[in-house]
Ligand binder design. Structure first.
Ligand code: PLP
Length: 447
């Protein structure tokens, strides 16, 4: 096969036979990527982009880190695959490393191939252990695109042809900027969100609820950092009613928020924690569920009814071992925390001051959202809620970013700033300079 010479040729070849998700096939013009290194990737024609989306928010150690590439090559030459019922050194070591960075008391790891599968299995484990059917999940959440995970997802993407999953009940989490509870302070938002959840539990019947599943910091739906007392309050409610608490840390895990896991910011321990993405920076698909001792013990005398051919795949686990070890050696989690506190946060605050289209900026570590509005007073969204991808005024900003060499993540009326954890300060400045300039286009839509 001859190499594609131009972006147009490679895009046409993609469109001929590749079926893509989330976008209408006719509207797609996927950029062909020729390579990447660190915080940048480039196309076939030499255009380079700063990766402020970290691909799908998984590339925590940047593109093509040589230590991880080498670990994958070494494993491929040694034992490229082995079924999950054999023991394997890379799998045992990956499980040890994941468990040792997870909150205390979470000690056993069930490996999957990604985030959605992890949530499917965490929910099934919770149901088996408690013998209860229902799972509570939040509006404005994303948990994946398999059957149950899609219906646990609480964002507005719904289709009439989907049948829905049994036993899913949704509640509102805290989001002060657009409070469902008419709160005006963080404390009010926290208290009212907890009172609301308590009422949902009471009305559903605590004895019917297996688990509460939530993202400790909501990702795709807005980088919503909860008020200080919220997660401890949810933990207490779950304990009071014998409900298991599942944290979906698929997006927040492995350094993204400036801690190994988002749970660490509040010292709250879930009963089950799901992960994927950053565990090996997405170099080989991998996800999993970390189980508490108590949940794991429930399976000491009975089998867990579920499994996957590729659970704990040695290539994926070798990549995870190398990723976690490298992140530790190179201090990437501390670096992400430093970037958030001293660089990205302060600079985004200045950008917000300068642009009337910015309603709010929020986040921590290398995990930030810029929420765009057409009217700061009414908080009217710049593009309507539910507008997928980057369309309208947000699309203009994103296109301008691309023209200037920045690749941000956009969703509904938000632009997210999500560089790899090891991005340099110079790269952060360069990317935010571009975003600053591109936001002038959004300002033109302010009424
Ligand atoms: N959970 C969260 C919080 C996510 O952000 C995602 C993906 O973005 C998923 C689950 C689904 O992960 P995957 O696409 O690997 O199935």
């Amino acid at each position: 096969m001859s190499a594609h010479r131009t972006n147009a040729e490679a895009t046409a070849a993609d469109r001929a036979h590749v079926f893509h998700s989330w976008s209408a096939q006719g509207a797609l013009r996927p950029l062909p990527v020729a390579g990447g290194r660190g915080s940048r990737f480039w196309d076939l024609e030499g255009n380079t982009y700063l990766d402020f989306s970290s691909q799908f928010v998984n590339l925590n150690i940047g593109h093509a880190h040589p230590k991880v590439v080498e670990a994958i090559q070494r494993q491929a030459a040694t034992l490229p695959t082995i079924a999950p019922h054999f023991a394997n050194d890379q799998r045992s070591e990956a499980a040890r490393l994941v468990a040792s960075h997870a909150p205390d008391g979470l000690t056993k790891v069930f490996f999957t191939n990604g985030g959605a599968e992890s949530n499917e299995h965490a929910v099934r484990m919770a149901r088996v252990v408690t013998g209860r059917p229902k799972v509570l999940s939040a509006y404005r959440s994303y948990h994946g695109a398999t059957h149950t995970a899609m219906h646990l997802t609480g964002d507005p993407r719904r289709w009439a042809t989907d049948t829905g999953a049994a036993g899913v009940v949704r509640f509102f989490g805290p989001y002060l900027y657009r409070s469902a509870f008419h709160a005006t302070t963080e404390q009010e938002e926290c208290d009212r969100a907890l009172a609301h959840l308590e009422q949902v539990i009471a009305l559903e019947g605590p004895g019917t609820i297996a688990a509460v599943l939530l993202e400790p910091i909501v990702g795709t739906n807005g980088v919503l950092v909860p008020p200080a007392g919220y997660l401890p309050g949810v933990r207490e409610l779950c304990d009071r009613h014998g409900i298991l608490l599942i944290f979906d840390e698929v997006m927040t895990g492995f350094g993204r928020t400036g801690a190994w896991f988002a749970a660490d910011h509040w010292g709250v321990r879930p009963d089950l924690l799901t992960f994927a993405k950053g565990v090996n920076s997405g170099y080989v698909p991998l996800g999993g569920v970390v189980l508490s001792d108590a949940v794991a013990a429930a399976f000491d005398e009975r089998p867990y009814p579920g499994g996957l051919t590729y659970s704990g795949h040695p290539l994926a686990c070798a990549a995870a071992v190398a990723t976690i070890t490298t992140m530790r050696e190179e201090g990437m989690v501390e670096h992400a925390a430093h970037l958030g506190e001293h660089l990205i946060g302060p600079r985004l605050a200045k950008i917000a001051d300068a642009h009337p289209s910015v309603g709010e900026v929020r986040g921590l570590g290398v995990f930030w959202a810029v929420e765009l509005v057409s009217d700061r007073a009414t908080r009217e969204m710049l593009v309507p809620f539910g507008t997928a991808g980057a369309q309208g005024a947000v699309g203009e900003v994103v296109a301008e970013c691309h023209r200037r060499g920045l690749w941000p993540f956009a969703h509904f009326n938000r632009i997210h700033v999500l560089p790899p954890c090891n991005t340099t300060e110079a790269d952060v400045h360069e990317g935010l300079d571009i975003l600053d300039a591109a936001l002038d286009l959004a300002d033109r839509h302010v009424t």
